[in-house]
Design a protein around this ligand. Structure first.
Ligand code: RAM
Length: 914
């Protein structure tokens, strides 16, 4: 008997040895890519994991997720959800289906999978998330602020501003603390301190949403900041986007509501008791603190003579401070956990040079146009105001060029309380700058480079992509694109970060989305912004120019369409179908808006047009492509994207209706704007007119073939330069690529003369510019009325760098299938890109060798790849030195005149053509 048992055990052991992988899934994330978040926003999260990169692991055949309220219960006693073994290859965005989750709940989860052979993996490490305060009912706190002040004209800004408030409250803790959380937000901006220490790293929080509908709340683990007896919490409250100057004249400061703060400190004691310290009428406050004024556009005034050291500690005497006013929450304004990461300091820049263009003024050159604030460590004299000015560029005499800030003062002031060295970084403002000018410091001291540090701030996302090629200017372009993205993805996607604007311009956002997704982990960023878009949509389906809206109710085609383009692109690049579910009604709303503003399917919708098209023949900035053409093109485009969304969501009736509508609008477009020779019927024949017809597939294939020669002629007439603005430029690569004209695209891209990407680089650009000639060595600065040196729209070319120069693109939603299809061209001898997809790393790197090409490819587990390699008659191909026929992981698909097409399983490969 015992012998039999031994044999059985041995057999079992053997079975488990051969059938089990030692490795586990890794990089567990929830919802839009969050890693172990606290203050999490999503009550019905989705789960994603990556399969280990192992030769034998190709794909997933099943998974099991276990979710529990205590890590001790995992994996075998999951009390919230056990998915059981699910036969499925889905390893991303699996929706939670367990017990309902509550505000503040801490949840632990683990996952394991079986591979294509049925081998079970080990359990992953335990990941977790902790929900924030999910609804207004969770708040016992009240909004607090000081009595409204008599608004005054501040010293330096010549703008009327609210004075920042300092608010505080002391309390006692009488048991041992297990954990403490601070839930906090503001109408305006806050900085929280506990016992003299700043809470968290975030700046400019809570960020910008449509405040009359939704305000985001932040959650911080403050367990380590609390003492076991005496404690004090302090809040500095600034105006920010909510209560400060924003937009233009029609939204003057005095229409702005007062700033207010709201927080709730929740302590759980080791004995299980709980305590809540909320903002209420027991708090005290003052406006007599050192930050005298702060404004996003204008900068900050800091008077150190008014400092009250240790103001957020227990022993501080606040008897002179006023009582605050406490107000109940507004039931119409939803308080919800912030659903993307806040702006934080991300890196630093050190000056590369110091110049002295003017008496008493020194200019520090950070070598790179950036966004954020400066950190000063400088010698000062008592009462002598230090002035800090900023600029993106210098005038020929070396002084700051600030005209393009328009009426944003963008100046910080510091008034010292004594002689000595001070350390100062502003709190509630940010600047777009490369140069920092200092004056008013102690002039007996000679400026040193370490006096100034640039603190680069942006929304706290990670880098996901990498592009590099054998061409310095192309690499500089990639650098400029990524700096442009970092500078303008500042809680919301902005047009520019420096002048009296910095608004969520929709048109700029829709063209940059794919490029942003290659370079940074901005899934949550965009999905959060889309919430604001939904809230800002008019009842008639209209979408304002900027989101959040502070300019007015009008729509513009090409801009409003951000609400169809972004959900679709974001879905396609992440595979997150919830993006489509959440935004589908908004997409349909925009289509309805077009329909209501069209006659015979020709749209009559206002548009900024092909904004800033070079060499316009007509007046103004809107370019020569007419409004009705652009409107109708986008009417068809938005209808098509909504149709695609309806298909994914299985809305069959809508699919039928939208398809009919799209086809009718397309036919109307062709009829109205293209003649029988394929030529535009509009007053001016523009590259953009042709590009829209072809890029949005608005004409039959037969007509498309007739249009092509006209487009090529227009490009040749321009000596292979673009003649496109914000809307047309991103279509150049799409269209030229589609029709096999990538050599023309290479020529346009590698042009050095105006207008072109390299032209800006030749004029010294370190970011993307608003105009191709925002500055030129020959003519100096462009019209200062609109002359941003950090405007990401033309950075949309970044998508082509990844997708076609390096050859790495999603082929199925979320990179479940990738397309590796580089097109070597121009003067390049190599190019490479990699991208950290939700399944894992994907990369494509080619190099010209002898008479052929060497292509290194990485395909993430649980995905597949279509690979297209340039190939001519008489060539041969090897994979890792072997014949194709010897490989079971590569399938031959077809040969065309110019390429060979293969399918590959996950793994890394070196292809060589010879
Ligand atoms: C400018 C913005 C933006 C553009 C609009 C039309 O003010 O900077 O880039 O989209 O106008």
């Amino acid at each position: 008997m015992t012998k039999v048992i031994y044999i059985l055990i041995a057999l079992q052991l053997l079975a488990s040895c051969t059938a089990t992988l030692n490795e586990a899934p890794n990089q567990l994330t929830v919802s839009e890519g969050f890693k172990n978040p606290i203050g999490f926003h999503d009550q019905t999260p989705t789960f994603s994991w990556k399969l280990p990169v192992l030769k034998q692991v190709k794909s997933q055949s099943g998974y099991q997720i276990v979710v529990a309220s205590d890590p001790e219960l995992l994996p075998h006693h999951a009390d919230l959800w056990d998915s059981k073994t699910v036969p499925s290859d889905q390893s991303v965005q699996v929706t939670y289906q367990g017990k309902p989750l509550q505000s503040k709940q801490k949840v632990y989860w683990q996952v394991r999978f079986t591979d294509q052979e049925g081998n079970a993996s080990a359990w992953s490490e335990v990941a977790n998330f902790e929900l924030g305060l999910l609804s207004n009912a969770d708040w016992t706190a009240k909004w607090i602020s000081l009595e409204p002040e008599v608004i005054h004209d501040t010293l330096h800004a010549s703008t009327l501003l609210y004075t920042p408030q300092y608010l505080r409250k002391s309390f006692l803790v009488d048991h041992e603390i297990a954990q403490a959380r601070l839930f906090i937000t503001a109408k305006g901006l806050f900085e929280a301190q506990i016992n003299g220490k700043k809470v968290g790293e975030d700046v400019m929080v809570p960020g910008w949403t449509p405040y009359t509908k939704r305000i985001e709340t932040l959650s911080y683990d403050v367990t380590d900041l609390l003492n076991e007896d005496q404690n004090t919490i302090g809040i500095i409250l600034g105006s920010g986007w909510h209560s400060g100057r924003l937009g233009w004249s029609k939204f003057l400061w005095f229409e702005k509501p007062l700033p207010r703060a709201l927080c709730q400190l929740e302590i759980t004691y080791k004995n299980g008791d709980k305590a809540i310290i909320p903002t209420n009428s027991e708090w005290k406050g003052t406006r007599n603190g050192p930050i005298r004024s702060s404004s996003i556009y204008d900068g900050e005034v800091y008077d150190a003579r008014l400092e009250f050291p240790h103001w957020s500690t227990f022993d501080f005497d606040d008897s002179q401070w006023e009582n605050v006013i406490a107000e109940a929450l507004d039931p119409n304004v939803d308080l919800v956990p912030k659903s993307h990461l806040a702006v934080t300091p991300k890196s630093v820049l050190k000056p590369i040079a110091i110049t002295h263009p003017d008496s008493g003024r020194y200019v520090f050159d950070l070598g790179q146009n950036m966004v954020g604030v400066m950190d000063l460590k400088i010698p000062v004299k008592k009462d002598q105001t230090v002035m800090v000015r900023f600029a993106e560029m210098l005038n020929p005499d070396g002084t700051l060029y600030t005209e393009n800030y328009r009426n944003a003062k963008s100046t910080d002031y510091y008034i010292p309380k004594e002689d000595g060295t001070i350390s100062y970084r502003p709190t509630f403002t940010f600047h777009g700058f490369r140069y920092v000018e200092l004056s008013g410091f102690d002039e007996d001291q000679h400026p040193e480079k370490d006096w100034v540090t640039g603190i680069v701030q942006y929304s706290n996302f990670d880098k996901t992509g990498h592009f590099n090629a054998s061409h310095d200017k192309l690499n500089q372009l990639q650098q400029n694109i990524t700096w442009g993205l970092r500078g303008n993805l500042f809680d919301i996607p902005t047009d520019c970060p420096q002048r009296d604007e910095r608004l969520g311009w929709t048109g700029d956002a829709q063209v940059i989305l794919p490029t942003s997704m290659f370079n940074y982990g901005v899934h949550a960023f965009w999905s959060s912004w889309l919430k604001s878009a939904r809230e800002e949509q008019g009842d008639d389906g209209s979408i304002p120019f900027v989101i959040p809206n502070c300019l007015g109710p009008e729509s513009s085609s090409g801009w409003a369409d951000a609400v169809t383009v972004i959900p679709w692109e974001l879905y396609f690049r992440t595979g997150d179908t919830r993006i489509l579910e959440d935004n589908y009604e908004m997409m349909k709303g925009l289509v309805a808006y077009y329909k209501a503003h069209a006659e015979n399917h020709i749209a009559d919708v206002n548009t900024f047009g092909d904004w800033l098209q070079p060499y316009p023949l007509g007046e103004g900035n809107r370019g020569d492509t007419p409004q009705d053409l652009i409107g109708t093109a986008y009417f068809a485009r938005s209808t098509d994207l909504t149709l695609r969304a309806a298909q994914v969501l299985g809305k069959l009736e809508d699919v039928r209706e939208l398809r009919t509508l799209r086809d009718t609008v397309r036919a109307a477009f062709e009829d109205q704007f293209i003649d029988s020779e394929g030529k535009l019927t509009t007053e001016f024949e523009t590259q953009t007119g042709y590009l829209m017809a072809l890029g949005f597939e608005l004409v039959t294939e037969e007509t498309a073939q007739k249009i092509l020669p006209h487009l090529i002629r227009k490009i040749e007439d321009a000596d292979h330069h673009l003649r496109t603005g914000f809307l047309g430029t991103p279509l150049l690569p799409t269209v030229l690529d589609k029709y096999g004209l990538t050599d023309i695209m290479y020529t346009i891209l590698f042009k050095e003369t105006y207008p072109s990407w390299f032209y800006c680089i030749n004029q010294g650009a370190t970011t993307m510019w608003e105009r191709w000639n925002s500055y030129s060595h020959e003519d100096g600065f462009g019209d200062a009325g609109m002359n941003s040196f950090n405007h990401y729209a033309y950075g949309a070319i970044g998508q082509w760098l990844y997708e076609r120069i390096a050859g790495l693109a999603p082929l199925a939603p979320g990179y479940k299938k990738v397309r590796i299809a580089p097109i070597p061209g121009g003067p390049l001898s190599f190019a490479e890109a990699s991208y950290e997809s939700i399944y894992g790393k994907v990369s494509s790197a080619w190099r010209k060798v002898d008479s052929g090409l060497e292509l290194h490819v990485t395909i993430a587990p649980n995905t597949a790849a279509q690979i297209r390699i340039p190939f001519k008659d008489g060539m041969a191909i090897r994979v890792d030195g072997e014949e194709l026929s010897e490989r079971s992981d590569i399938t031959f698909v077809k040969r065309t005149e110019t390429a060979i097409e293969l399918e590959a399983m996950p793994g890394t490969y070196v292809f060589k053509t010879l």
